[in-house]
Design a protein around this ligand. Structure first.
Ligand code: 13P
Length: 248
């Protein structure tokens, strides 16, 4: 039985001082025995967030990371900078990073490899555009994203990874995928993992749905057989996130 994982992606929101306030506000609301709870916050607020979350069930994740150890990469964050302060998770290949910062399946793969090398759990994002969905190539496209993201990743590593299926047309649009659409793709992702590795790896890996998740849609989505939680944007910045975490 896979443990649920419900993560907030704060994106480019909240200053460090607002971070302390929001974590203190959400802390009592996200208490649960049944799921891992992760807040992925802007890099500048990671240290503050880790401090603010101490003693709670909240783990802190980064929203991005570079794939080199150190050096002349102005503005980038190295993996050991994250582990040094206690960051446990990192979002990799979010569609906003692919679209605005030219991340590709290949850079995603490099980052996933690096995250595992440093013992950071990657939350690997995939998802199709509206055009791809309308042209009927969703599953083909996602399979390609997954196959490249997992190049040279061992089965033991893959078992601990988290994949976030986030249809681009559902992100920040209020247009949540139907439960059937979300389950269909999450199952296809699990089948793809079984194909790359084996059934045991596919059964272990956790797959989230993301895209306009709210307290109203969480319960139905998260009770699907292949959906192991969510990656939540807008609603993770509000008390509603407590309801999403405690969706049952
Ligand atoms: P929204 O929940 O705001 O649609 O964002 C989803 C997302 O991109 C999470 O990574």
């Amino acid at each position: 039985m896979r443990r649920k994982i419900i993560a907030g992606n704060w994106k480019m929101n909240k200053t460090p001082s607002e971070t302390i306030k929001l974590i203190n506000e959400l802390k009592p609301l996200v208490v649960t025995e049944d799921a891992d709870v992760v807040f992925c916050v802007p890099a500048i607020s990671l240290t503050t967030a880790i401090e603010a979350a101490k003693g709670s069930n909240i783990e802190i994740g980064a929203e991005n990371m570079y794939f080199e150890e150190s050096g002349a990469f102005t503005g980038e964050i190295a993996p050991n900078m994250l582990t040094d302060i206690g960051v446990k998770y990192v979002i990799i290949g979010h569609s906003e990073r692919r679209e605005y910062f030219a991340e590709s399946d290949v850079t995603v793969n490099k980052k996933v490899l690096k995250a595992f090398e440093h013992g950071i759990t990657p939350i690997i994002c995939c998802g199709e555009s509206l055009t791809q969905r309308e042209q009927g190539v969703t599953i083909d496209f996602i399979r390609q994203q997954i196959k490249i993201a997992f190049l040279n990743i061992t089965a033991d590593q893959a078992k601990t990874a988290v994949i976030a299926y986030e249809p681009i047309w559902a992100i920040g649009t209020g247009k949540v995928a139907t439960t059937e659409q979300a389950q269909e793709v999450c199952k296809a992702i699990r089948d793809c993992i079984a194909e790359i590795y084996d059934d045991a790896t596919a059964a272990a890996i956790r797959i989230q749905y993301g895209g306009s998740v709210t307290a109203a849609s969480a319960a139905e989505l998260f009770s699907q057989p292949d959906i192991d939680g969510g990656l939540v944007g807008g609603a993770s910045l509000k008390p509603d996130f407590g309801k999403i975490v405690n969706y049952k």
